[in-house]
Design a protein around this ligand. Structure first.
Ligand code: F6R
Length: 243
C-alpha cells in the first residue's frame, strides 16, 4: 500500500488524473471502476479538461460504478447515475452505453446485484478502481462490519454516512436514502489497481486506521492492505494522523 501526500487536493487530483490518463492512453479499451461523492469531482474535472484538450479519449473505455442509492426517482439529481452524467460522462467523449451504474429502482435487488457482478466479470474485471473513503472508513457503501469477502448487494447506511451525505440533500438527513446497492469489498479487491483519494481532516482517522491499523471489519478500507497495488492520494489534512 503506497501513500502519496500533497499540499492540496488540487495537486493530488492532478497526480491521480495522470495515472488514469496514462492508463487510458496505454489501453483505450480499459475498464474503469468509478466513484461518486464530493471527493472525485476535481479529478473528473481534470479528466474532462484533458479530454477537451485532446490529451485522452474515452471513446472505447467502459466503466462500472461502485454503488447507487436505493429508491431515488430516476430524475433525482443525486442518483449516482445522474451525478456521473453531470460530473463526468456528459463532459467527455465516452459512449454512455459503455457506462454501468447499478439500478437502485430494481424490484429484484438480488438479481440486479448478481447481474452487475456477472457483467463485470464477463468484461474481464476492473483495470483501475477509483475510491473515496467515508469518515467511518467505508469504501463504496461497505460500512463497518462488512465482511471482507462481501460481493455486490443491498447495504444499509450508517447514521454517520447519512449525516455526512445530507449536504447533497439540502442538509436534510431525512431525505438521504437509508440503503444502497454496493459492490462488496471482495468485488473491489478484484480490481487490478486501486487509486484512493482522501481529502480533508474529517478523513484523517479513517486514513490512519486503513493504512496503519490491523485489518479489521471495523475499518472496511483496511481490507485494502491485502491488495498488491493500492495508492492513497491524500492532502495534508487527510494524512495528518499518519505520523
Ligand atoms: C461513492 C462511494 C463512497 C464515497 C465516500 C466518501 O461512490 O462509494 O464510498 O467515496 O462516502 O464520500 P465523499 O467523497 O463525499 O466524502
Amino acid at each position: 500500500m503506497k501513500v502519496e501526500v500533497f499540499k492540496t487536493k488540487e495537486e493530488a487530483n492532478a497526480a491521480a488524473a495522470k495515472v488514469f490518463i496514462d492508463a487510458v492512453n496505454a489501453n483505450p479499451n480499459i475498464i474503469l471502476g468509478l466513484a461518486t461523492g464530493g471527493t472525485p469531482e476535481g479529478l473528473y474535472a481534470v479528466l474532462a479538461d484533458a479530454n477537451k484538450a485532446g490529451k485522452v479519449s474515452f471513446k472505447t473505455v467502459r466503466s462500472w460504478n461502485l454503488d447507487e442509492y436505493v429508491g431515488l426517482p430516476k430524475e433525482h439529481p443525486e442518483t449516482y447515475r445522474n451525478f456521473m452524467n453531470r460530473k463526468l460522462f456528459d463532459n467527455i467523449d465516452i459512449d454512455k452505453a459503455n457506462t454501468h451504474v447499478l439500478n437502485g429502482l430494481a424490484t429484484d435487488k438480488e438479481g440486479e446485484c448478481a447481474a452487475y457482478e456477472a457483467s463485470l466479470k464477463a468484461a474481464g474485471g476492473v483495470d483501475i478502481q477509483l475510491l473515496g473513503i467515508g469518515s467511518d472508513g467505508h469504501i463504496a457503501f461497505n460500512e463497518p462490519g462488512s465482511p471482507f469477502d462481501s460481493r455486490t448487494r443491498e447495504v444499509f447506511l450508517e447514521q454517520q454516512t447519512i449525516d455526512d451525505n445530507a449536504r447533497f440533500f439540502d442538509g436534510d438527513k431525512s431525505k438521504v436514502p437509508t440503503s444502497a446497492l454496493s459492490m462488496g469489498i471482495a468485488t473491489i479487491l478484484d480490481a487490478k489497481k486501486i487509486v484512493l483519494l482522501a481529502y480533508g481532516a474529517n478523513k484523517a482517522q479513517a486514513v490512519r486506521d486503513a493504512v496503519k491499523g490491523t485489518p479489521d471489519v471495523k475499518c472496511p478500507a483496511s481490507a485494502l492492505q491485502s491488495h498488491p497495488d493500492v495508492t492513497f492520494y491524500c492532502d495534508e489534512a487527510a494524512a495528518s494522523l499518519l505520523g
